[in-house]
Design a protein around this ligand. Sequence first.
Ligand SMILES: O=c1[nH]c(=O)c2nc[nH]c2[nH]1
Ligand SMILES: [Zn+2]
Length: 459
Amino acid sequence: MSQYRTIYHGNFIHTPTPAKLEVLHSALVCVGPEGVIEWIEEDVQGEMIQDISGRYGIDLLDGAATAAVQVVQIPQGEFVCPGLVDTHTHAPQYPNIGLGGALQLLDWLEQLTFPEERKFADIEYARQVYGRVVERGLGFGTTTCCYYATTHVEASLALAGICLERGQRAFVGKCCMDRNCPHDYVETTEDSIQDTEKFLSAILSTSSSSSKSLAPLVQPILTPRFAISCTPQLLSSLASISKTYTPPLLIQTHLSENLAECDVAAELFPDSKSYAAVYADHGLLAPGTILAHCVHLSDEEMDLIRDTGAGIAHCPNSNTHLSSGCARVRTMLDKGVKVGLGTDCSGGNSPTIMTAMRHASDVSRFRSFVDQSTSSLSLAEIFYLATMGGATLCRLDQKIGSFAIGKEFDALHIRPVSPTLWAQKGDSEERLFERWIWGGDDRDVADVWVRGRRVAGSA
Ligand SMILES: O=c1[nH]c(=O)c2nc[nH]c2[nH]1
Ligand SMILES: [Zn+2]
């Protein structure tokens, strides 16, 4: 933890609500030693920095740094935005990125995914893969990530350890699956529960925060793979485990991704009214439950999800790559369902939320071409999903996702340098932002801060 306060001066762009992109022009943002935003002032010209800081009891020498304060200038033509939140990905599947586009979900799991995940019994292999996953994720600007790991406790803990060491805010889940999986990659119900308890006690004892006032940067998330691969007993037991904690532990699973999957779920749970109801009936839907995909939901299922406070990780790359379908995100938002974005590697073929934003936009446009009563998502809505929307799914909306006093400073410094980003002198901040979202890449991510600490960046 830095002993410094840092004062950032420049243009900040965020979406505290989906309605509008908000620019804080020439803002002064003061971040305290624990990485929490202490104050924000807008429209501050260079010569005013010293005066305004003085009003907050900070003495600067000629507007520059002192021993206890550093001043970071973000030049015109560059900007700072909130870090990106990936609400759903599978760290052990990254070695398969790009493969499997000719398959659909259930065959893809059997032929490609389970064989790769099984390899994570080898802890050295796990460390090697997970180190690369976390390093690249931070480089792309993913400051918070919800990870599925595998069934293996040691490898899942290694992933959590790497996130903590590299400084990525993360939720890490040991995957639970006790049926309909290959004989050499499946757990008994008892082992799945016991290993989950082992994983929880280990991660909770090692990931405590360095400060009493801050939550741990890396936290566990309960991870029943999906209804098909979990017995009713396992689903209910994981729901009970969640509720033994205050607040209850986060939960992640998959829901209604592929039509063949929906049919099998209906056969396995004939007493539940719908696929979403399977999870509700087993006590798994609550604020902090992240449901990946939700491509084939009925209106009633969306209402159920909204009413329980659970949220949806929209994974457009994956839904296209595995030919699953086009999720009805506009309807979800109109109904007041919480929605964030997920890369869902390696169902998704790109590990960055930049691509997820572009595909979310494309999918919403395709839906609106086919159904003219549906409007596509705006740029502000797309960026909201990638930041505040994701934060809300993880119950972190009071901590990250936008710039406000009391929030933690998870942010990206965007300096346009990539060859496809044709920034022009005189571009407004909004225009520059738009260029970056559609035309930029990680080369433009000059600095990545999580809780005020610089953890990556191309600069
Ligand atoms: O996109 C997906 N990836 C997975 O690994 C998985 N497992 C069950 N359902 C799944 N969907
Ligand atoms: Zn997934």
